[in-house]
Design a binder for this molecule. Structure first.
Ligand SMILES: C[S@@+](CC[C@H](N)C(=O)[O-])C[C@H]1O[C@@H](n2cnc3c(N)ncnc32)[C@H](O)[C@@H]1O
Length: 261
């Protein structure tokens, strides 16, 4: 099905299918999910990325990649463009049986060498989630009509490349996202390299083809210092049925203070 991108995300992102297909198991998608969970854990475990308030951009319908953030920050805000995804997030908050995230909570519980059970982790996540917001990264005020003071940290997983059609548009998105972050604040972007599309059920979503050089150049030119870059390239071919990405990247960058520019 080929529809305009905006219509795709606004009207037909199938949150239920997405959750069932991509977030039923820690082992799904060529081991990607396990890599992502572990890498998010390692990034936050360093204790470098700190603060009180964190925003996740383009959360989709799934909380898998905001669990670590909720365990480290006092308030975590989720955001997405289509109503269907924001509704799925609300549904899980009001009824934890809406989607079974226990494999993900259990996986992370093993990584913490304390007394916490997976249910403790689930409850802490639910308690820290402080808002589910409309967001359009193409806008200079992405959270409008909401307004929030700049955040201590921003994370975004598999979203920022899914929106633009050109590198110029990606740069504008980086600028818009940066406006939400305090100077000295941390940005974590995870995404795919050398991808042109992915599918959710019958709908194909175009993705801007990017390599490491493009991503690093644009974030650096927009006032960030890149502190960490990691890539993962699976050997299996499972993903080839619904996407063409080559590898995953994880970038940790710090927004410069005006005096550093
Ligand atoms: C591939 S999904 C990633 C979802 C989730 N972060 C994950 O890792 O599974 C891309 C996400 O980008 C969101 N998105 C699309 N257009 C957007 C826009 N203009 N502003 C903010 N988010 C948008 C979609 O709704 C979708 O949730």
């Amino acid at each position: 099905m080929a529809a305009s991108k905006e219509d795709d995300y606004k009207d037909s992102f199938d949150a239920e299918f997405y959750l069932k297909t991509y977030y039923s198991s820690v082992k799904s998608v060529d081991g990607t999910t396990e890599f992502m969970l572990s890498h998010y854990h390692d990034i936050f475990q360093t204790g470098e990325i700190t603060g009180k308030r964190l925003l996740d951009i383009g959360t989709g319908p799934a909380i898998c990649y905001v669990i670590e953030q909720c365990l480290r920050f006092d308030q975590v805000y989720l955001s997405d463009f289509p109503e269907s995804n924001r509704r799925a997030l609300h549904q899980w908050l009001s009824n934890h049986n809406f989607h079974d995230y226990s494999p993900f909570f259990k996986h992370l519980a093993k990584k913490f060498s304390d007394e916490r059970t997976w249910e403790d982790i689930r409850d802490e996540v639910a308690q820290k989630l402080s808002g589910i917001l409309f967001c359009d990264v193409r806008s200079a005020s992405p959270l409008k009509p909401s307004f929030f003071p700049q955040f201590d940290a921003v994370t975004s997983t598999f979203c920022l490349h899914a929106v633009p059609e050109t590198l110029g548009e990606y740069r504008a998105i980086v600028r818009n996202v940066s406006s939400l972050l305090k100077p000295g604040g941390w940005m974590v972007e995870m995404g795919h390299l050398e991808e042109t599309y992915y599918t959710v059920k019958d709908t194909r979503y175009n993705v801007l083809y990017m390599n490491k050089k493009d991503v690093c150049k644009i974030w650096t030119e927009e006032g960030f210092t890149i502190h960490n870059w990691k890539e993962y390239t699976p050997v299996s071919q499972e993903r080839k049925t619904y996407t063409d990405w080559k590898s995953i990247f994880c970038m940790v960058a710090k927004k410069k203070n005006p005096s550093e520019k």
